[in-house]
Design a protein around this ligand. Structure first.
Ligand code: KIV
Ligand code: NA
Length: 263
């Protein structure tokens, strides 16, 4: 099977909604691969997998390590890898060097970076040199220290124009899609109508051209999830129950039994 391509995602604008989830490992990615158009190796892995308080501490090496695992575990979906904080903001040249390293070492199909109008020059620099870029605007977690936390965007209608400018700027610069994170529905609807590239929503309503969620959130692996997450499974309690019963069995010598030993 050939993988989903960047132009195939771009052509889905206004069509059947694009399905996406994050994944950080070969085993979960193999399952997601059967249903998703693209899989994002998100820098949310810093918080979800590595217990960090924000995504700011995530390194290029960590993204590459998880990116390789996801590429190895999949065959159908387009794999998009997040550029971590500090690896692309400085200049287009620095961004290119780091994005190229991600693509070479993971064999992913595209990278994602946060920022609108201010990142347009970099997005153009990368796409003109063979690196497809997914943009990410609205609530951008890598700037949470500047914004003073994770805040829903667009509650004040006066801010809409600057978000619209961000969306137009990244589309004009050559981004093949744009993630809209944490924004009010009417703003997401306006942006989706204003740009010719697909919008991928997370906490941004069904007005977007596609949806993405953090896999661990929708699987119930986090004790708390934001309002915009629909929890489709309760894996946390399932793991807890299994580990608890294993511990009991070991202590009572109920495990291993005849079935699990070599005679
Ligand atoms: O890092 C991530 O998981 C993301 C998605 C939430 C879009 O950027
Ligand atoms: Na991210």
């Amino acid at each position: 099977v050939r993988r989903v391509t960047v132009p195939q995602i771009a052509r889905r604008k206004g069509g059947e909604p694009i399905v996406s989830l994050t994944s950080y490992h070969a085993h979960t990615a193999a399952i997601v691969d059967r249903y998703a158009d693209f899989i994002l190796v998100g820098d949310s892995l810093g918080m979800v997998m590595h217990g960090m308080e924000s995504t700011v501490g995530v390194s290029l090496e960590l993204m590459i390590m998880h990116g390789r695992a996801v590429v190895r575990g999949t065959k159908k979906a387009l794999i998009v890898v997040d550029m971590p904080f500090g690896t692309y903001e400085e200049s287009p040249a620095v961004a290119f060097r780091n994005a190229a390293q991600i693509m070479k070492e993971t064999q992913c199909g595209a990278v994602k970076l946060e920022g609108g109008a201010r990142m347009a020059e970099t997005i153009r620099f990368l796409t003109e040199r063979g690196i497809p870029v997914m943009a990410h605007i609205g609530l951008t977690p890598q700037s949470s220290h500047v914004m003073g936390g994770f805040k829903t965007q667009g509650r004040d209608e006066e801010t809409w124009e600057s978000h619209l400018e961000d969306a137009r700027a990244v589309a004009e610069a050559g981004a093949f899609a744009v993630v809209l994170e944490g924004m009010v529905e009417p703003l997401a609807a306006k942006i989706t109508k204003a740009v010719e590239i697909p919008t991928i929503g997370i906490g941004a309503s069904a007005e977007c051209d596609g949806q993405i969620l953090v896999l661990e959130d929708m699987l119930g692996l986090n004790p708390w999830t934001p309002k915009f997450v629909k929890v489709y499974g309760q894996l946390g309690p399932m793991i807890e129950d299994s580990v608890k019963r294993y511990a009991e069995d070991v202590k009572s010598r109920a495990f291993p039994t005849e079935d699990e030993i070599y005679r």
